[in-house]
Ligand binder design. Structure first.
Ligand SMILES: CC(=O)SCCNC(=O)CCNC(=O)[C@H](O)C(C)(C)COP(=O)(O)OP(=O)(O)OC[C@H]1O[C@@H](n2cnc3c(N)ncnc32)[C@H](O)[C@@H]1OP(=O)(O)O
Ligand SMILES: CC(=O)C(=O)O
Length: 527
């Protein structure tokens, strides 16, 4: 038995059947080249008879792949049409790919009720269509649509369809769990049955309607399949296709099989994120291996163990799939969470215990530090006496006036050293005005602060029952030089919460740039 599993990607065809995905020709070319770089063996480009974009894609993609074989997808010939006259088969030939993937019915119900065929006609359609493409020197992969459901109702007929495909000259027969309703033990059993029925190598094409597409694909490999079809990030119609970003590392790291360009597994996360970006979809944070949370630890007990042995709560090394470990600090943290992140803390000091308690108390008041690491860092460094006071806030005022247009204005009074600074800011809203006024005032002494830019601002109402008097959490993301600063503020007053988050972002920027506070000397520029 070969140890190598052929990776067959259908993101560009079955993946685009997912609601919300519409790839341009250029998008498809980019994804195809990426899959090629990662060593996928087959890239299914689309259905050339389906739409002008797919036709155009095949014209352009032909010369772009160096390793992967480009495959054109389509159905067996239509009922009552000669193969040489069938528009779909002709379009496949016109695509000029080295490989054609034909799907045909392998269930009695589908052949008779959906296509309205006699069982014999269906077998002939499958055999003749494959034969026709083989005569034109194409490698032919036969996707046996509804194979597992077909087996459950009439196993003899399902196997007859496979034999017809073999007789037609198919080089691969791919068993499809088209409705995604099968269970892993059924998949293994029917793959083993198919192996005994035909000598053509087998593949698996699983859908995720029962949440089992990955498990079913691996179950098929156990049963003897040597090709796995799937998509990047599991994109596909309804609940999606088998996720190759999960299957590939499992095959290589857990099942000891060879697949793809294995060195590239270390960049798997990049593959997943790039395809998500091109498809204009948010990456799934909880995706196995490649999700943002896949190696993120929050619970104190887990972090305590991971500090000793990462494998205590990690099934593979994060680096093996292009990830890194992240430890969150929150109300569920123990001392280990802080010690992992802040190497300057002394494990035996009371400060660490006190900090853990402070975080728990602040989170009980509505703060959330896991997405505000800059506020967290300030909390720690302030407790160690490492963050000087750069300025004092005397007062601020913000107003919104409806005139010809909405006008937001803020006045900020601050004290730096012995000097008072008063500045007015105008902006898109009161928070923006406060930000403008504060930075105007500060930049007179700390010009470096002009480089701080507010990039994102989010508000979360924490206790909706109190209506407008509810507690709100404000989260701010700013950019400063190459750094992203994420801070948090909490109050019943949205301006007060925003102000806290703004002040933290300013303090953080001054502190990371080693700015000397004005009252400590003339020099207020970074050292
Ligand atoms: C399981 C899968 O994911 S298979 C892939 C499904 N993907 C797609 O359908 C996306 C691309 N599809 C398309 O662009 C269009 O459906 C086309 C161009 C292929 C066909 O469009 P139309 O000719 O208008 O047919 P329509 O989509 O309404 O119906 C499907 C036709 O395919 C026929 N068909 C379905 N499966 C097969 C098969 N395995 N072999 C032969 N014909 C088939 C049906 O009988 C039906 O033809 P009929 O109307 O003469 O009965
Ligand atoms: C061929 C295919 O896409 C399926 O059966 O799901």
């Amino acid at each position: 038995m070969t140890n190598r599993i052929q990776l067959y990607d259908t993101t560009l065809r079955d993946g685009t059947q997912r609601r919300g995905i519409s790839l341009s020709v250029e998008d498809k070319l980019q994804i195809a080249q990426l899959l090629d770089e990662f060593g996928f063996d087959y890239v299914e480009g689309g259905w050339p008879a389906s739409n002008p974009k797919d036709t155009m894609f095949f014209q352009l993609a032909k010369t772009r792949l160096t390793h992967a074989k480009l495959t054109a997808f389509g159905s067996t010939r239509r009922r009552g049409v000669f193969v040489e006259d069938d528009a779909n088969l002709r379009a496949i030939l016109d695509a000029q790919c080295p490989v054609a993937t034909l799907f045909g019915k392998s269930s009695v119900f589908q052949a008779t009720q959906i296509l309205g065929l006699s069982l014999q006609d269906n077998l002939e359609m499958v055999e003749e269509s494959i034969q026709f493409l083989r005569q034109h020197d194409l490698e032919v992969i036969f996707d046996a649509e509804h194979f597992f459901d077909g087996c459950k109702s009439d196993v003899d007929y399902a196997l007859q369809v496979l034999r017809a495909a073999e007789a037609g000259g198919a080089q691969w027969i791919v068993l499809c769990d088209t409705n995604g309703g099968s269970l892993p033990h059924e998949i293994t059993e029917y793959v083993e049955l198919a192996r005994r029925a035909v000598s053509v190598p087998l593949g698996i094409h699983a859908h995720n309607d029962s949440g089992l597409a990955v498990a079913n694909s691996l179950a098929a490999v156990i049963g003897g399949a040597t090709m796995v079809q799937g998509t990047i990030n599991g994109y596909g119609e309804r609940c999606g296709n088998a996720n190759l970003c999960t299957i590939w590392p499992n095959l290589v790291y857990k099942m000891n099989r060879q697949a793809g360009r294995e060195l590239m597994l270390k960049e798997l996360t990049r593959l997943s994120r790039t395809v998500a970006e091109i498809a204009n979809l948010m990456p799934d944070d909880s995706a196995p291996f490649v999700g943002d949370n896949a190696f993120t630890h929050k619970a104190g007990v887990h972090v305590g163990a991971v500090r000793k042995f990462p494998e205590a709560y990690e099934h593979v090394h994060p680096e093996s799939v292009g990830q890194s470990r992240r430890i969150l600090v929150s109300e569920l943290a123990g001392k280990s969470n802080l010690l992992y992140n802040f190497h300057n803390l002394d494990a035996s000091s009371e400060t660490v215990t006190e900090l853990v308690q402070t975080v728990k108390k602040l989170e009980a008041r509505g703060y959330q530090y896991e997405d505000a690491p800059s506020s967290m860092k300030l909390l720690v460094e302030r407790s160690l006496g490492n963050v000087p006071s750069y300025f004092e806030v005397d007062r601020f005022h913000a107003s919104v006036t409806k005139d010809q247009r909405m006008i937001s204005e803020a006045t900020v009074r601050i004290i730096i050293g012995n000097e008072h600074f008063v500045e007015v800011g105008e902006g898109d809203g009161p928070v923006n005005s406060l930000d403008v006024a504060l930075r105007k005032a500060l930049s007179q002494i700390y010009p470096i602060i002009e480089g701080l830019r507010l990039k994102d601002y989010k508000v979360r109402v924490l206790d909706g029952r109190d209506g407008t008097g509810a507690l709100v959490r404000v989260w701010i993301r700013s950019e400063f030089r190459d750094e992203t600063i994420q801070t948090v503020g909490v109050s019943r007053n949205i301006l007060e919460a925003s102000w806290q988050a703004l002040l933290d972002s300013v303090d953080y920027a001054l502190w990371v740039s080693h700015t000397v506070p004005a009252h400590l000397g003339k020099q207020s520029q970074p050292l």
